[in-house]
Design a protein around this ligand. Structure first.
Ligand SMILES: [Zn+2]
Length: 166
């Protein structure tokens, strides 16, 4: 049942505490085949299939609701900001996909190096696990992406992007 029909759930006065792009790392051509994993159901109306999740909180509702843009607009009573937040995610996704297309230079030691915005980023294999990769930048090393070990070059590039684009 839609929570819009539930008198115990406030209809107005919500605010957004975070945004998620469920297709953040997917190529655009993946969306048709991977719809089931790249979309979820809006928890407010139980209808919208959403890729961009607005995480909503309300002072008199315990817990959060993950909703789509149309419900977020109604819950916040704001018909500009939710769309703007989605556009920010769309732009970030586009920057990310463009970053993946950059040419990295292979080094004789097997590392990959990219000069980006005047700095060098290096992708290397872990000395301890040959199936693991790390990203080095400005004297720092990153061995995880979204809480998991980096096990392929594409994931290493996604981790490299996050260094520049939080
Ligand atoms: Zn909805």
């Amino acid at each position: 049942m839609s929570l819009w029909d539930n008198k115990g759930v406030p209809h107005k006065g919500w605010h957004c505490v975070g945004m998620i792009d469920l297709g953040e790392d997917a190529e655009d051509m993946d969306f048709e085949t991977r719809k089931a994993e790249l979309y979820e159901q809006c928890q407010m109306c139980k209808q919208e299939g959403i890729r961009y999740v607005h995480i909503m909180e309300h002072p008199s509702y315990s817990g959060q609701l993950r909703v789509g843009c149309i419900c977020a607009e109604n819950m916040e009573n704001d018909y500009v900001a939710p769309r703007g937040r989605e556009n920010d995610l769309i732009n970030r996704h586009n920057r990310k996909m463009n970053f993946l297309k950059r040419e990295w230079q292979p080094r004789t030691n097997g590392n990959l190096v990219l000069k980006y915005k005047g700095s060098y980023i290096t992708i290397m294999r872990s000395k301890f696990g040959q199936s693991e990769y790390g990203v080095a930048f400005a004297g720092k090393y990153i061995w995880n992406y979204q809480g998991k070990k980096i096990r392929d070059i594409r994931t290493a590039k996604l981790a490299a992007f996050d260094i520049f684009d939080q």
